[in-house]
Design a binder for this molecule. Structure first.
Ligand SMILES: Cc1cc2nc3c(=O)[nH]c(=O)nc-3n(C[C@H](O)[C@H](O)[C@H](O)COP(=O)(O)O)c2cc1C
Length: 231
């Protein structure tokens, strides 16, 4: 039993994990809209509210997935992500953390080093929203500055936390951004918009091995310099 009050904000934050296999249980539009309405209470510099979202379900979700899976299978990644999410070259301590989570995920699936085809197959599942019934795609105006991307992160965390409050799970997905040129005509994303990321939304499959992954965090005392406290 959790020691944290299940109705608390801490519980919603701590119970969020990236879920990579969902049940087909549909989610009503009203639920998705309520999550996005709550999330839009995120702060943003001068209240600019830089977020734009596309929420797809049913046939529209399938249409988006089919288009991107086709591009993925054809080996097409051009043009790549417009605003890089990752550095060109990983370095420590980030490289080590990245490797740790990657291998931890693959080991839940019984994928060993060198099994590239199986890794590719797992990566491909991003473009099925990991079977989630609802897909979210988030965009931002390309002329906005770094501050708005910071605001965006707060909004996205709200989406994932508000989903938890409703018993729903998520997986934020940078993978989609590489396929923005395929997604644009399907979703009607205008040229001035940059795809920030996708997000799977639904009920977690409790029996899926990949959903057992528990990631670690560096404790606050290791990334914080505390100064001036007297207690
Ligand atoms: C913006 C963003 C993009 C991500 N993109 C992907 C992705 O494309 N595919 C994926 O499987 N996980 C993706 N993740 C999930 C991370 O791997 C995950 O958050 C991290 O390993 C910590 O695990 P946790 O979310 O379960 O706490 C992304 C996370 C964030 C915040």
């Amino acid at each position: 039993m959790s020691l944290i009050d299940p109705t608390s904000v801490d519980h919603a934050i701590l119970s969020r994990r990236s879920i990579r296999r969902f049940l087909p249980t549909p989610i009503p539009q009203a639920t998705v809209e309520a999550i996005l309405d709550v999330s839009a209470r995120a702060p943003s510099g001068t209240n600019m509210q830089p977020w734009q979202a596309y929420a797809v379900a049913g046939a529209e979700r399938d249409r988006l997935c089919a288009a991107v899976v086709e591009a993925f299978d054809a080996g097409s990644t051009e043009p790549t992500q417009e605003v890089p999410y990752y550095p060109d070259r990983f370095f420590e301590p980030y490289l080590g953390r990245r490797r740790t989570v990657g291998w931890a995920l693959y080991s839940t699936l019984g994928i060993a080093r060198g099994e590239d085809a199986k890794m590719q197959a797992q990566h491909r599942r991003n473009f099925l929203f990991f079977d989630a019934p609802v897909g979210l795609v988030f965009t931002i105006h390309r002329d906005l500055a770094t501050g708005s991307w910071l605001d965006y992160g707060m909004f996205l965390q709200n989406v994932m936390t508000a989903a938890r409050a409703r018993g729903l799970d998520t997986c934020p997905q940078a993978a989609w951004a590489r396929y923005h040129s395929v997604m644009r005509p399907v979703l009607g994303i205008p040229p001035e918009a940059v795809v920030v990321c996708g997000m799977a939304l639904g009920y977690a499959d409790p029996d899926a091995p990949e959903n057992t992954l528990q990631t670690e965090r560096v404790p606050a005392r290791d990334f914080t310099t505390f100064q001036g406290f007297i207690d």
